[in-house]
Ligand binder design. Sequence first.
Ligand SMILES: Cc1cc2nc3c(=O)[nH]c(=O)nc-3n(C[C@H](O)[C@H](O)[C@H](O)COP(=O)(O)OP(=O)(O)OC[C@H]3O[C@@H](n4cnc5c(N)ncnc54)[C@H](O)[C@@H]3O)c2cc1C
Ligand code: FES
Length: 273
Amino acid sequence: MIFSGPVSLLENLDLGHDNFLAVLDAPEVGASTEPAQFVMVRVGEGTDPLLGRPFSVARIGEGPNGATVQLLYKVVGRGTGILAGLQPGARVSMVGPLGRPFPPPEDPQAPVYLVAGGIGIAPFPLLSARLLAAGYHPRLLYGARSRGDLVGRDLFPPGIEMEVATDDGSAGHAGFVTQLLDRHLAALDSRTRRRAIAYVCGPTPMMAATDAVLSRHEARGHLSLESFMGCGFGVCLSCVVPRVGQATGYARICVHGPTFPAGSIDWQRIQPL
Ligand SMILES: Cc1cc2nc3c(=O)[nH]c(=O)nc-3n(C[C@H](O)[C@H](O)[C@H](O)COP(=O)(O)OP(=O)(O)OC[C@H]3O[C@@H](n4cnc5c(N)ncnc54)[C@H](O)[C@@H]3O)c2cc1C
Ligand code: FES
């Protein structure tokens, strides 16, 4: 069931480096959201901004009226800037949950990796909670530009193994998070490697590189893609992404994704944002 209506902002925490955590009183959405599904949030009065903005549900909490929906977001423009300026008690419009969630690993013995780049960390606290509850032991590999950009680590449930990488070497591995994944997969024997599964979310170049690492190791994976979204439910075609092996074939990220199997996106044909 897709909810559509106004919801109240309970908290809007400044996490530093332009990152925020919004806690919204949205019991209907919280009760039915699966990992990597997203909500369209529209802030502001009247027609500015006209369109909602997509955000992954980072975590589902407990609030005064039932479930809360928590969004981990980075300020990059007009919509996120307005959201960051809202005080508790403000009302925003929300539609969701939308999109296809990350499918479960379906192999109790599978090594499970969560590979996040920057604010692409957002869907992983909820995914981690669900994987732990199902008996998996996911390992988070989290890359960002610098130490201060490694946000949201305290949103994860206890029991998550975590390794970080930074471009500038200020925390963890100095280099890309894809190198951490490569190293882990290379250390597995070939049979275990083929059972491994990675869940990936981050900027497009990082996801293309991760897809290549998975392919090289013959490991499985699912990628949660980002794009501009005008409507969030398949009508405006603003979110199309080219699929492998189909010269004219495009998928709409909002309805066919945002999650796609590794190996199914034609990265060569993606236009940089
Ligand atoms: C399924 C999905 C889930 C998402 N989840 C989250 C989340 O949990 N947290 C979060 O912070 N963001 C998330 N995003 C990205 C978020 O929707 C955008 O950052 C937001 O829409 C920007 O709105 P704005 O009005 O602030 O920026 P705008 O004023 O619309 O754009 C400002 C600048 O940012 C660029 N931009 C806009 N959208 C994107 C994008 N998707 N990727 C890269 N650059 C972009 C524009 O080209 C422009 O240069 C998600 C996107 C999708 C599709
Ligand atoms: S956002 Fe409109 S079709 Fe996907």
